[in-house]
Design a protein. Structure first.
Lengths: 112, 113
């Protein structure tokens, strides 16, 4: 049982490049979310999804896109990377708001 | 707007002490509260989830309490061990039973042998 899997674990980008952070879960969870974690700022919600085909914005959505075509996958796209997007990105999933959230190990992203 | 505060930001204690970690939140109309543990370079691991109808949850040496009326939760760690060293975070829904979670900034715990 893999849980929540995030790839890649590390990535360095140049300003203006685009990339997709992958997130997959094998627990058949409906709810998935993306957070970024920055020193002194804590975890902040970027986007979330309550099921396939349904996504919504979190606290800091600008510069990021998401889609949810399957229950298992919830990729996060950076359209044009900026140094301010240097962060650690976490994907999480859960059965519902009444159940614990399961986190991946994160993607450490540096943008030069 | 829901805000979550954890004070202090860091704590260093000798092994064997009983610890109380505090979490406060501004909007008490929440469905639940979660405590997480984060080890360096890792993701978050859910420790305890307390539903709004509960006052306490226990798992091994961990006990979490919830007082919605005062906007507070505490995580009690009994007989602390060096392996308990980690950052502990609490999180509540942005409002009611919202799917959006708001996290505290965490408390870094160091338990010295």
């Amino acid at each position: 049982n893999a849980g929540v899997t995030q790839t890649p674990k590390f990535q360095v980008l140049k300003t203006g490049q685009s990339m997709t952070l992958q997130c997959a879960q094998d627990m058949n969870h409906e709810y998935m979310s993306w957070y970024r974690q920055d020193p002194g700022m804590g975890l902040r919600l970027i986007h979330y999804s309550v099921g396939a085909g349904i996504t919504d914005q979190g606290e800091v959505p600008n510069g990021y896109n998401v889609s949810r075509s399957t229950t298992e996958d919830f990729p996060l796209r950076l359209l044009s990377a900026a140094p301010s997007q240097t962060s650690v990105y976490f994907c999480a999933s859960s059965d519902s708001v009444y159940q614990p959230q399961h986190f991946g190990d994160g993607t450490r992203l540096s943008i030069l | 707007k829901q805000e979550v505060t954890q004070i202090p930001a860091a704590l260093s204690v000798p092994e064997g002490e009983n610890l109380v970690l505090n979490c406060s939140f501004t909007d008490s109309a929440i469905y639940n509260l979660q405590w997480f543990r984060q080890d360096p370079g890792k993701g978050l691991t859910s420790l305890l989830l307390i539903q709004s109808s509960q006052r306490e949850q226990t798992s091994g040496r961990l006990n979490a309490s919830l007082d919605k009326s005062s906007g507070r939760s505490t995580l009690y760690i009994a007989a602390s061990q060096p392996g308990d060293s980690a950052t502990y975070l609490c999180a509540v829904p942005a409002q009611g039973g919202s799917e959006k979670l708001v996290f505290g900034k965490g408390m870094k715990l160091t338990v010295n042998p």
